[in-house]
Design a protein around this ligand. Structure first.
Ligand code: FCB
Length: 465
């Protein structure tokens, strides 16, 4: 018996607004494979994952979930789920292998086929231009700490707008620039694996600039119905206590974790406290006249990726830390309660807190949950079923938190579950499974987990029972 057979025949009691978007999300490097096919060149993740010790078990995205060859099959899975939207990312080195110059037709054709099949299935394509796979050549030329990379990104955005602009419903410029800047250039646990606080702050600024320039370019090429967006992994920061010292620790993490992007993008300024806090690292003289204005080009919605909250207190943390010096004043504490296979706390209140804060801080900006989900140690039982009740509990609690935030006035337009498929989970390789569809990486066989049946049911009902 599947979860679907077992469902009680009641209608949704937590109903989401009409027109609410129900989606799943993936990213190119995590699922596509075909790393050297049809003209694709290495990205920083191809290079990084080959460095011994950087990715668990020496895993790489060379084959991943083989989505490049199984795209139609994967869209059939989405039809079965009944999703209204699908969030995927475009691999920059597949369409513009050196990060410069003309596009490769075969690379563009793959995304054109994907988008056309989605549309034929009645699913809205939501495309992210950058989900961490910088062409290696651009990293060799200096990567995101260099201003030129932002210029290259705007040109790549123009190529994609020209190729698919008329068919993609929402364009997201960047996914989680915090991770790309601070894990990629700060503590080096992500590609390209550099460890420089200055490089991470420079990268963060150039991400803001790249976002703003790309947003402008997209806007000028796209039909008016298309939306332009940005996805941030905002930190739901909680001070351990209301003491002035703990509150100040939370303020520091909010500055370098959240407002470093929110303020340039929505207010065209850098937070003054961030400039003060980071004075030992930089005077920010790499910010040129007009950059912050460019970063604040108008966008249509803000994407939020949420997994768990961050609890902090006054104190200090051990290096290596991604926080550009803030760690000298901040202690990170484990949040209480149950944990996922990532050892991340399960805490849906953090999502509610984040959404209601954005309701207050960014009035008029529609919000979309562009990622939320959980890894557990899933396996197929002898009957071939994959039961994942913990994931269902996690998803249910977080959707309930979204519903509560909407009732309390947050303008949340959609929810994208991370992830459609088990995939290459960055530094954890294939050891962590976030999919609601199980992938047997030896055979590439896909199996609906219990959570996939459950999500199909939620979508069909338009809410939670
Ligand atoms: C996010 C990433 C996504 C996935 C989830 C678990 O930070 O955007 O690619 O790895 O975490």
């Amino acid at each position: 018996m599947t979860a679907l057979d077992a469902r009680p025949d009641t209608t949704a009691t937590l109903r989401f607004p009409a027109g609410f978007r129900w989606g799943t999300a993936t990213a190119a490097y995590q699922i596509e494979g075909a790393a050297a096919e049809d003209g694709r060149t290495p990205s920083i993740w191809d290079t990084f994952s080959r460095v011994p010790g950087k990715v668990r078990n020496g895993d790489t995205g060379e084959i991943a979930a083989d989505h490049y060859h199984r795209m139609s099959e994967d869209i059939a899975l989405m039809r079965r789920l009944g999703v209204t939207d699908y969030r995927f990312s475009v691999a920059w080195p597949r369409v513009q292998p050196t990060g410069r110059g003309p596009a490769v037709q075969k690379g563009l054709d793959f995304y054109r086929r994907l988008v056309d099949e989605l549309l034929a299935s009645g699913i809205r394509p939501v495309a992210t231009l950058y989900h961490w796979d910088l062409p290696q050549e651009l990293e060799d030329a200096g990567g995101w700490p260099q201003r030129e990379t932002a210029q290259r990104f705007a040109e790549y955005a123009e190529i994609m707008a020209g190729a698919l602009g008329d068919r993609v419903a929402t364009w997201t410029t960047l996914n989680e620039p915090w991770c790309a800047a601070f894990l990629g250039y700060g503590n080096g646990v992500h590609a390209p694996g550099r460890t420089s606080p200055l490089a991470s702050l420079r990268a963060a600024h150039h991400f803001n600039l790249a976002h703003g320039w790309a947003a402008q370019v997209l806007r000028s090429h796209l039909p008016s119905r298309s939306e332009v967006s940005l996805t941030l992994n905002l930190h739901a920061v909680r001070p351990l206590s209301e003491s002035a010292a703990d509150l100040d620790a939370a303020r520091r993490i909010d500055a370098v974790g959240n407002r470093i992007f929110l303020d340039p993008v929505f207010h065209g300024r850098l937070p003054e406290d961030l400039i003060r806090d980071t004075a030992p690292v930089t005077d920010w003289s790499f910010v040129a006249d007009g950059d912050l204005e460019a970063a604040s080009a108008p966008i249509d919605s803000l994407g939020i990726n949420y997994y768990s909250p961050t609890v902090v207190a006054a104190g200090s943390s051990d290096a290596p830390s991604p926080w550009a010096g803030a760690e000298e004043h901040v202690r990170f504490l484990p949040a209480p309660g149950p944990r996922t296979a990532m050892d991340w706390p399960v805490d849906a209140d953090g999502l509610y807190e984040l959404l209601t804060r954005l309701r207050d801080d960014l009035p008029g900006v529609p919000l979309v949950i562009t990622e939320n989900g959980a890894a557990y140690d899933d396996y197929a039982d002898p009957a071939g079923e994959v039961k994942d009740p913990e994931r269902v509990a996690y998803l249910r609690a977080h959707l309930a938190a979204v519903h509560r935030a909407i009732e309390d006035g947050a303008d949340v337009r959609g929810y994208f579950l991370w992830s459609l498929l088990d995939n290459f989970e960055w530094a954890y390789g294939y050891s962590k499974r976030f999919g609601i569809v199980h992938v047997d990486f030896a055979t590439q066989r896909r199996t609906f987990k219990g959570s996939a049946h459950w999500y199909a049911d939620v979508i069909a009902r338009g809410g939670l029972t």
